[in-house]
Design a protein around this ligand. Structure first.
Ligand SMILES: [Zn+2]
Length: 356
């Protein structure tokens, strides 16, 4: 019986503290844990200069944000972040400042260079913030899978760029579970990646930070999951010596031909899946292609379970109704009721563990 797990940003946030929503991009400087050397109660000038070089992407990002949103020039905290290198941590930042909104504006302006900067920032922020996370939830999840793998045929579909699922593989070769990205890489940085026994396919529809693309010859390389913000600084294509970039497809961007095959494989698995569990992903309207993929591929008799978070008791029923209504609208062909579980990823895993 084919069973599919779909992971979105909410799952990686719960497992590895990867940034999401108003944090993504904006709290990068803070998350990279960079404290200034103080002098007379203020950050030392030379240290600010040093960090301006080290965090040049963040600085460029703040300047870009200022151009897109002129009102930020009025914000004293923002100006200080820019001129004196202080952190700028948003608190309940309005939705229009989120990365996906910024990207939408940039694509409308056809400003590819700035979109590339956002891509670099997203890369740096995710790898730096998940650097020393404990990542327990994904690990426990994969442990469970390896236990009941014999009974079930599992595919994971991930909308995330982070490498947290693979981290388990490299730390736990003896646990006997391996991840297969189902991509024909042109180049491997680690031979032992291919292949073990208990293989779980992980289909990453939007690419992954450990995949390096050459924009000259379109060759794709696979790197170790353990990345830092500077990891790509001197990575060159083996074939044409062009600089490699992390292969990620941002919202509003066209899917690269290189991974069209993954979308086909996802469609094939969605068609035969008896059960689909969606964790921390909400099918936002800008993910038109993903919504289409699920709408056109899911079997009408599939059992669908949605795992999400709602902390306020009095909101649980409202949220459940909202989610069910939204799913009915997106996927009107589904016959069965959609199960909504609002206890979050952590509780979902511990309930599964109890069942085993
Ligand atoms: Zn190349």
């Amino acid at each position: 019986m084919k069973e599919i797990y779909v992971f979105g940003a909410g799952a990686s946030y719960a497992s590895g503290r990867t940034p999401l929503g108003d944090e993504l991009g904006w709290s990068y400087f803070f998350d990279a844990n960079s404290l200034y050397r103080m002098e007379n109660g203020r950050p030392a000038i030379d240290d600010i200069e040093e960090k301006n070089i080290e965090f040049i992407t963040f600085k460029k990002f703040l300047n870009l944000a200022k151009n897109i949103y002129p009102e930020l020039r009025e914000d004293e905290k923002f100006e200080r972040a820019l001129s004196r290198g202080e952190q700028y941590i948003p608190y309940n930042l309005d939705k229009r400042y989120y990365m996906d909104e910024m990207l939408r504006i940039l694509y409308e302006k056809k400003d590819g260079e700035s979109a590339k900067l956002i891509k670099q920032l997203v890369y740096e922020h995710i790898v730096e913030s998940s650097f020393d996370s404990r990542n327990l939830l994904y690990n426990n999840f994969l442990n469970l899978i390896s236990k009941y793998k014999v009974r079930k045929d599992i595919t994971i579909i991930s909308l995330n760029y982070d490498t947290l699922l693979r981290e388990y593989f490299d730390n736990g070769i003896d646990k006997g579970i391996y991840i297969d990205y189902l991509v024909n890489f042109d180049c491997f940085c680690r031979k032992e990646y291919k292949y073990g026994n208990n293989i779980v396919p992980v289909i990453k529809l939007r690419g992954s930070l450990d995949w390096g693309i050459c924009n000259e010859c379109n060759n794709l390389s696979l790197f170790h999951w353990h990345l830092r913000r500077y990891s790509y600084d001197d990575r060159k294509c083996k074939y044409c010596n062009y600089a490699l970039e992390p292969f990620i497809i941002l919202p509003h961007e066209e899917v690269n031909k290189k991974i069209e095959v993954l979308w086909k494989k996802a469609a094939r698995d969605l068609r035969i899946a008896k059960k689909i569990t969606i964790i921390g992903y909400s099918f936002p309207p800008y993910d038109k292609k993903v919504i289409e993929l699920f709408a056109n591929s899911m079997n009408s008799d599939v059992d669908l379970e949605v795992v999400d978070n709602e902390d306020m008791n009095e909101r649980i029923q409202i949220r459940r109704n909202e989610i069910q209504r939204n799913y009915k609208k997106m996927f009107p062909h589904l016959n069965k009721n959609i199960k909504v579980n609002l206890g979050g990823f952590e509780k979902y895993i511990s309930d599964l563990e109890k069942k085993e």
